[in-house]
Write a protein that binds this ligand. Structure first.
Ligand code: ADP
Ligand code: MG
Length: 831
């Protein structure tokens, strides 16, 4: 920043003072007439990032964007990691006088106010985290919807996982705790004072106008409240946002929620997938029709539930829908008419938005009675639907008010009139009449003047510079009467005014001006009216979102032939003819082959799945995890029948999966992710391991895989599905009673391999790698040479095998000795 300099113009002085009050990373968009201008380093940087032309004002670098397209540029700037402060002109500029300017707000990733810049199906969270002793606190605000919630965790890992599920646009850490969160990637270090619980609690109490935060159930959560105080402070003071629509502090559920860490979330393609969101579970399930429903479904997919009663409640609702196909489609139609109530109402309550937003709000709330009527019919004997009905609320008064007040097609602007319907305000009607009458009078005057002067082409017109005037073409100059005063001469015409016309102009323009002002006032009053309904609208929106999701579950169940899984608290699992919910939808041309699954506490707790490449191992083990997850969000599942003992966590690891973005070697990633499972899985967890150990030398990898499987079996007791190409692992069955072997069946046919996609008991007999290589188009010479080598290797390994096998008796309990022998076999092969 250039030093403040007395030679600078008063305007530059004003600019610099404003700029100095802002944090460094913020660009200042300084309103100058029809442009927002940037100066100095801001201009240099912004011109490059936003592709603007860099110019100079005196010696100062500058660039600007037109005011009408500012939103697009702000969006771009925020995407590039900047924040943008907006300074507007106050009042009308008077020549020769410095116009006053005001910093209206700072736009950040979490507060991109314009709906068009947001992905509707995702939340737009700002998160703050704070550590207080052994508690790790988190506060989470979606400024666009008014959601405000907190949670506390016992470890940084747990906190980091929740943060990764929330996927905040901005992450605030206290500038006094810069180094306390190595697992997180903060976007901003914010004023440490704002985080202090001692300061934050009174601020929060004042904000919510309560004497204690007891009512929100979070009075004792000092770490979380510190974070909450900081987010609020940040919104209010640094971003200068209205926070009135943040009405309550919710406690994020941490108990009874199935934890799915970030890596598992990725490996299971829950909300996103390599080929795009369509290939994710969310993509396969999403049939919601409102943005609120889409966000709710996403939340559910990332936060499954372990509470069997809650889940049965949701299942009952889905079943009721399925029993009434007619009501289902009626309900879907009503829900389609509901727009983003959460964001609309929040926007309006902040004093933003236009008449179209009000209209959208009114129309959306207008759907509530229809939704309620249908739900009411279904609610008997179904507490979940009864509860939704009860939360929908009654907005008849507001809907009627808005319908009566707003014009059919209100404009985008709020200061140009045209928003309010005739008949809503007597005063407005009168002004409009005066203006309309005046215009009729002008038409009458035009006819009168034509007759009086004999000029048939005489016209009365209006423009912004001269107001109303009489226009006469050059050919008729001679006929212009005395009392016409010349105003302007054009190439082919002259423009005149008369005393009479001037007088009428005053009446018409005065009426227009007054009616525009009045419309604006009426609009603001309506917007204010919405504020009073904000709480109720938010509750209703949440219920509508839930109804939307449950209905989508019913529709998926119907369309794809899902069944209602039975849930219990056992540690068993049985699925008959299960399918992979995503692959069965996206794979074209090939029918999906269903498979059974059976897990229990005795002989089938750790399933080792072998089979050649491409057989369908990865698909199968993920299918089991996804079916469990679907069951634990209340959805029906792709199977003929299923009985599932609910799980507390789901882990999914894939061998040697790249994570270049985090700059770690693939093997390192694989190992640290696996370590995380071993440290966190319980006997209630479901663990999916796909080719663990693949990222290193064969014997390293095999040994690690082996030890991991043993640990899961002996120590953790988690239900585990382990797909592996380390055929050696099938021997675990002899020494570990809860291990069982499964394989994906293939057939050989004239030296070709046919994939049957059937999962059957017992280990695979061989790996068929060479056949798969041939399928992949490997040259015939390589294929036959590989076969030769294989035969040779197999002969030399069978010669040694008996030594390992002879001391094992199938089905015997764990024998330390046998294990040692198996490992010896490996070691001596490596020598
Ligand atoms: P593996 O892990 O054994 O190498 P994958 O699970 O990746 O095999 O499956 C390979 C391909 O086979 C998948 O991409 C899918 O197209 C197909 N596939 C897998 N399971 C089935 C099934 N049950 N029915 C039909 N196609 C399947
Ligand atoms: Mg695989």
């Amino acid at each position: 920043m250039a030093a403040q300099d007395s030679s600078l113009s008063p305007m530059m002085d004003q600019y610099l003072r404003m700029k100095q009050g802002l944090p460094e990373d913020v660009w200042l968009f300084f309103r100058l007439g029809d442009f927002y201008e940037m100066f100095f380093e801001d201009a240099v940087e912004a011109s490059a990032v936003l592709g603007l032309t860099l110019t100079k004002r005196h010696t100062v670098p500058m660039c600007g964007v037109p005011f009408h397209s500012v939103e697009g540029y702000i969006g771009q700037a925020v995407k590039a990691g900047k924040r943008v402060a907006i300074a507007e002109q106050k009042g009308t500029p008077v020549p020769g006088k410095l116009v006053e300017r005001e910093l209206v707000q700072v736009v950040s990733a979490g507060t991109l106010a314009d709906l068009a810049l947001l992905n509707e199906a995702e939340h737009n969270y700002i998160v703050a985290v704070f550590r207080e002793k052994s508690a790790w606190g988190l506060a989470c605000v979606d400024h666009t919807t008014g959601e405000f919630s907190v949670a506390e965790f016992g470890s940084q890992e747990a906190l980091a996982e929740e943060v990764s599920r929330v996927a905040p646009r901005e992450l605030l850490v206290s500038d006094e705790q810069r180094d306390s969160f190595p697992l997180l990637r903060p976007t901003l270090f914010y004023d440490g004072y704002a985080f202090l619980p001692g300061a934050a609690v009174p601020v929060l109490e004042a904000h919510f106008q309560v004497h204690s935060l007891e009512g929100f159930g979070c009075a004792g959560l000092r770490a979380a409240l510190g974070a909450a105080g900081a987010v609020l402070h940040y919104l209010k003071h640094q971003l200068r946002r209205s926070t009135e629509h943040l009405r309550k502090l919710a406690l994020r559920p941490t108990e009874g929620v199935v934890l799915i860490d970030a890596a598992s979330q990725r490996n299971l393609d829950l909300v996103d997938a390599r080929g795009g969101a369509k290939f994710s579970l969310l993509g396969a399930l999403d049939g919601t029709s409102s943005p609120m429903g889409a966000r709710k479904l996403r939340d559910w997919v990332l936060h499954p539930v372990a509470d069997v009663d809650v889940l049965r409640g949701r299942q009952d609702a889905v079943e009721r829908f399925l029993g009434e196909p007619f009501l289902m489609s009626k309900l879907r139609d009503s829900l389609k008419g509901v727009r983003d109530l959460e964001r609309l109402s929040s926007k309006l309550a902040q004093g933003a938005g236009n008449a179209r937003d009000l209209m959208a709000l009114g129309c959306s709330l207008g759907q509530v009675p229809a939704v309620e009527a249908d739900l009411y019919v279904l609610a008997e004997g179904c507490p979940k639907l009864g509860d939704l009905c009860g939360r929908l609320g009654d907005f008849a008064g507001l809907v009627e008010l808005l319908a009566g007040a707003l014009a059919d097609e209100p404009p985008v602007t709020i200061k140009e009139g045209g928003m309010i319907r005739d008949g809503y305000s007597a005063e407005l009607d009168e002004l409009r009449l005066a203006s309309r009458d005046g215009k009729a009078w002008l038409a009458e005057m035009e006819a009168r003047e034509r007759a009086a002067t004999g000029i048939d082409s005489l016209k009365i017109r209006f423009n912004n510079v001269f107001g109303y005037y009489i226009e006469v073409t050059r050919a008729n100059y001679a006929k212009v009467p005395e009392h016409y005063h010349r105003k302007q001469t054009l190439a082919n015409a002259e423009r005149f005014v008369t005393e009479e016309l001037k007088r009428m102009e005053g009446t018409i323009l005065g009426a227009d001006e007054r009616s525009r002002q009045l419309e604006y006032e009426l609009f603001c009053a309506l917007r204010e009216e919405v504020k009073g309904f904000l709480d109720a609208i938010q509750v209703s929106a949440d219920a509508l979102a839930e109804a939307d999701v449950l209905l989508a579950f019913a529709e998926s169940a119907q369309r794809h032939g899902y069944c209602r899984p039975e849930l219990d608290c056992s540690r068993n699992l049985s699925i008959v003819n299960g399918r992979h919910p995503v692959i069965e939808q996206v794979q074209q041309g090939v029918p999906f082959v269903p498979n059974d699954s059976l897990m229990d506490e005795e002989g089938n707790r750790v399933l080792i799945l072998t089979g050649p490449n491409m057989a369908g191992k990865s698909t199968y083990i993920r299918q089991v995890a996804l079916i469990v997850l679907m069951a634990q969000i209340g959805s029906f599942v792709p199977a003929e029948s299923a009985r599932i003992g609910v799980v507390d966590r789901i882990f999914c690891r894939v061998g040697a999966s790249d994570d270049l973005a985090r700059g770690q070697s693939t093997f390192m990633v694989e190992m640290s992710e696996t370590a995380m499972i071993l440290n966190n899985a319980t006997e209630r967890s479901l663990v999916i391991l796909d080719e663990i150990g693949r990222g290193t030398a064969t014997f390293d990898g095999l040994s690690i895989a082996w030890a991991v499987a043993e640990h899961l079996h002996d120590e953790l007791g988690s239900r585990t599905l382990f797909a592996t190409h380390y055929h050696e692992l099938v021997d675990l069955v002899h020494t570990h009673p809860a291990v069982s072997n499964w394989h994906v069946e293939v057939r050989e046919w004239k030296d070709e391999i046919v994939f049957l996609r059937k999962v059957l008991p017992g280990p695979a007999d061989k790996s068929y790698g060479i056949q798969v290589a041939r399928l992949a188009g490997m040259p015939e010479s390589i294929v036959s040479r590989a076969k030769e080598i294989l035969t040779h290797l197999e002969m030399s390994s069978t010669r040694r095998e008996p030594k390992a096998r002879k001391r094992q008796k199938p089905g015997m309990p764990v024998a330390r000795e046998a294990e040692v022998t198996q490992l010896e076999l490996l070691w001596d092969e490596e020598e």
